[in-house]
Write a protein that binds this ligand. Structure first.
Ligand code: ADP
Ligand code: MG
Length: 401
């Protein structure tokens, strides 16, 4: 059976500072000639990113300093690299002709943040974690030796691989089939995303195809064990990210069903400052901030999720993930929430207030919708409630306020 590989995963190097990510990318770049200078995705422009990727053919382009708060467009560009699609642009020299930049190369993306801003990006990556920052004397000597070799380039290693190209072409696909079937049964009950499994199997199969021809001090079974651990790790990160997005989706759904009430359970305000537990912060220019009552919201989320058979994140886990979300601003000490309710005792609508702590987020960065645009019906509703008629939460079909 012949597989066609239309996609090319991005190699992601993730870990704290000083764990050797950049050095590895540099060494790898020497396999294709001169050592590369990375593109800094945090400071660089969007067209610059596409240009950088386009510069390389049959090698790899290295992008460094990935952070989850990079612009949405850059994340989209990274995602499309997986499908070997570049970025649309207008060529002014050719009379504004629309062009798409090319992707003819693999991409290495390194950084200190796990790329989970968009699960669809994360699943397009081969996720490698770096944690080692101390080296033995032998390791240091080996490292220095490698760096000296790199000065002359490492393309002699690449050409020793290219020598087996024909053999590789003839044997890779059948090896891939065997490796994929072995790994699929090994990880059968682990709910692994197909895309991740395929990405790792491609590497395993490439190694298995060629390692007899080379002298490499690692054998297939070692690499297979490393791959199983890496696949399982990456997949569990994806499951967690999915659960977090389920949390936000549930919040949106509960708002649509009027179970969560604007201004009472949460609110979105344009803020110029926040009095956080960690201290006061100034927001200049003002930011649309989502403030939510964590306790009440958590209860509603847990009840809803249980009822609909979804898994429920424990409150501490959810708190942890919300706090590391790039949109998270902090916990506000005293936020005022209010609701207008019909009081049977007083026979009229009264306003109830509560001042409590709130989790605050940069609303624009969350990419969710918890704001309703006032419409005519809304205004009518407002008038009705101010005349003293009961203002029970609306059920579907009616616009709430
Ligand atoms: N494989 C290695 N063996 C020995 N020393 C290493 C290795 N990788 C990195 N180092 C040492 O660690 C330092 C930091 O590595 P670097 O790649 O700049 O880290 P990062 O990009 O993760 O912040 C290097 O300058 C080097 O001295
Ligand atoms: Mg670095």
């Amino acid at each position: 059976m012949l597989y066609s590989f239309n996609n090319f995963p991005i190699l992601n190097l993730f870990g704290p500072k000083g764990t050797g990510k950049s050095q590895m990318a540099m060494s790898l770049s020497c396999l294709f000639g001169q050592q590369q200078t990375p593109f800094n995705i945090h400071n660089g422009t969007k067209p610059g990113l596409a240009e950088h990727v386009q510069q390389f053919i049959n090698a790899f382009a290295w992008i460094d300093e990935y952070k989850n708060n990079i612009e949405y467009d850059k994340i989209e560009t990274l995602k499309s690299i997986y499908d070997a699609i570049g970025r649309n642009r207008l060529n002014f020299e050719k009379g504004k002709k629309k062009e798409t930049t090319q992707v003819n190369s693999a991409v290495i993306l390194s950084g200190q943040e796990m790329p989970t801003a968009d699960v669809a990006l994360f699943s397009r990556m081969i996720f490698l974690q770096f944690h080692k920052s101390e080296y033995s004397q032998q390791e240091k000597t080996d490292y220095d030796l490698l760096k000296v070799m790199e000065k002359e380039g490492l393309s002699h290693l690449t050409s020793s691989l290219i020598a087996h190209r024909k053999y590789f072409e003839e044997n890779f696909y059948s090896t891939f089939t065997a490796v994929f079937s072995d790994m699929s049964s090994e990880l059968e009950h682990s709910g692994i995303e197909d895309r991740i499994l395929k990405s790792f199997c491609t590497i395993l199969a490439a190694f298995k195809t060629i390692h007899d021809k080379l002298s490499i001090p690692i054998d297939y079974d070692d690499l297979r064990a490393i791959a199983i651990k890496a696949i399982t790790d990456q997949n569990s990160q994806i499951t967690k990210s999915n659960e977090i997005s389920m949390f936000w989706e549930t919040i949106e759904a509960l708002f649509d069903e009027n179970i969560l009430i604007d201004k009472w359970h949460f609110k979105v305000d344009s803020c110029t400052e926040l009095n956080l537990k960690s201290g006061k912060i100034i927001l200049d220019p003002p930011v649309n901030v989502l403030k939510l009552k964590f306790g009440t919201i958590y209860k509603a989320y847990a009840t809803h999720s249980k009822r609909s058979g979804q898994s429920v994140l424990p409150s501490t886990t959810l708190k942890y993930y919300l706090e590391i979300n790039p949109a998270f601003l902090g916990v506000e000490r005293a936020t005022r929430f209010s609701i207008k309710e019909f009081s049977t005792e007083e026979g009229k609508v009264v306003e109830k207030n509560q001042i409590t702590t709130a989790y605050t987020f940069n609303y624009e960065k969350l990419n969710i919708n918890l704001v309703r645009i006032p419409s005519k019906e809304n205004t009518i509703n407002e008038i009705t409630s101010s005349t003293g008629l009961p203002s029970k939460p609306n059920k579907q079909d009616q616009l709430p306020f």
